[in-house]
Design a binder for this molecule. Structure first.
Ligand SMILES: [Zn+2]
Length: 448
């Protein structure tokens, strides 16, 4: 492992934190970084050379946007390390089957993303980028300076070389496989007493429940939620059990997008990438992020549209950082619900996840957990866990609130039926709000 690259990235991240006095200064610096990056990539990647042929680098902010499908289809020519998709896929699948994640192709780590929308993504990271990534994430995430000892408990769906990078004398990483039973995790964590606990919110929730039952006693310095949307309801529950701010790392195959500061505000990592908003509602509040990551050249991400629905935080953060912050990660575009226009009976009208979320929370204070699936534009399946067991009155209110949301959008009210609530923390990502039909072509779904 390239310790020097790691340390360099760590120092760089700390230095950049206080380097800019205004947004303009930051934007100018980013512009210079991006232009230099694009010139380099265009000379190294056959795909980008032909895609952006003849376009002026100064106008990069208007260059054509890339979809996930294009990104994966162009894989072989797009990456700059000469790895084919077949080769990468074979290796990643084998690693997943044998649960041996140490294999690489040359100096490149291959990983498989947990695709929620059907097709899976493959990512490539060079050794140097891996070390730089580790340094950046340590500067942003660790509760103390790098020379302080930490025991980090890290829940993973699949172990990856990416995380092995950070193993050192001072940082002990302990991986917990999400596939293992919860009793085993509780016993192991109890003994380990991690200083940093990193897990998807569905797992944090189960651990919080075990804490509340007195079966688990932990006092980590930092609790970090990853890989799934941290719903306000879960955030509250987990925060209460751990008596601390719940931090977030917002990362995907396309980059290390954002992480929380000491105040728990989710700042965009504008020191490694640029996020341009593509607004998708009339109020210009919700957007899909267009990502340009100027810190990673092995598999360059340029003007890439991610399918997550985000909103910006309006007020500045008390931490003083100039980096923009994300108020909410509403969910994935694939989980956008659609209603049928009340008058013409045909037109599909988008209903954003946040409306569904709020409808559930407004309906009853007794709702502890929930799941809402849209089976068709006229059919919702709901599962709620209530404080006091089954409760017909609460269910009726949930039904009312949900049908009201559709009415307010000018849509026909859907059928709402109830099913038993279950939480499976495991290999499948938890999505409390989920659309179960017509995911194909969701990328092109109409907006606003
Ligand atoms: Zn902040």
């Amino acid at each position: 492992m390239n310790k020097l690259a790691l340390l360099f990235a760590y120092m760089r991240t700390l230095r950049l934190r206080n380097r800019f006095r205004t947004r303009e200064e930051l934007a100018a610096w980013q512009g210079r970084k991006v232009r230099a990056f694009l010139l380099k990539v265009r000379s190294q990647s056959r795909y980008y050379r032909s895609r952006y042929d003849g376009l002026a680098v100064e106008d990069w902010e208007q260059w054509p946007v890339m979809s996930k499908t294009e990104f994966m289809d162009g894989f072989d020519d797009l990456n700059t390390v000469g790895i084919s998709k077949n080769e990468a896929y074979e290796l990643a699948v084998k690693a997943e089957m044998t649960r041996d994640f140490s294999s690489k192709i040359g100096a490149v780590t291959v990983g498989l993303s947990s695709g929620t929308s059907g097709h899976r993504g493959i990512f490539l990271v060079s050794d140097r980028e891996r070390a730089a990534w580790a340094g950046t994430i340590m500067a942003k995430v660790l509760p103390d300076p790098i020379y302080k000892k930490q025991r980090i408990a890290f829940f993973l769906r699949a172990n990856s070389n990416l995380y092995e990078t950070v193993q050192s004398r001072l940082l002990q990483f302990h991986y917990l496989d999400l596939l293992d039973p919860i009793e085993q995790h509780i016993a192991r964590l109890q003994e380990l007493q991690p200083t940093v606990l990193v897990a998807p919110p569905s797992m944090l929730r189960l651990l919080a429940e075990a804490m509340n039952r007195g079966e688990l006693r932990l006092q980590p310095k930092k609790v970090i939620s990853i890989a799934e949307v941290l719903e306000p309801l879960d955030e509250q529950y987990i925060r209460h059990a751990f008596q601390s701010v719940i931090h977030q790392v917002y990362q995907c195959t396309e980059g290390f997008l954002a992480s929380t500061c000491t105040h728990g505000t989710l700042h965009i990592n504008e020191d490694v990438l640029v996020i341009q908003p593509e607004y998708i509602d009339e109020e210009r509040r919700r957007f899909l992020p267009i990502i340009t990551d100027f810190s990673r050249a092995s598999q360059p991400v340029i003007r890439y549209r991610l399918n997550d629905i985000l909103t910006f935080r309006e007020e500045p953060c008390p931490c003083g950082s100039l980096f923009k912050a994300i108020e909410t990660i509403e969910g994935r575009m694939d989980d956008l619900f659609y209603g049928i226009h009340r008058e013409d009976g045909q037109q599909r009208i988008p209903v954003f996840p946040d409306f569904i979320r709020r409808a559930i929370l407004l309906s009853s204070e007794a709702v502890m957990e929930y799941r809402v699936s849209q089976l068709s534009p006229m059919e919702l399946e709901v599962a709620v866990k209530l404080e006091s067991g089954n409760n017909a009155a609460a269910e009726a209110r949930v039904r009312q609130e949900l049908t009201d949301v559709f009415r307010l959008h000018g849509c026909l009210p859907p059928d709402v039926h109830f099913t038993t609530y279950r939480l499976d923390a495991g290999p499948t990502k938890l999505r409390r709000i989920k659309r179960e039909y017509g995911t194909a072509g969701a990328e092109d779904a109409p907006s606003g």
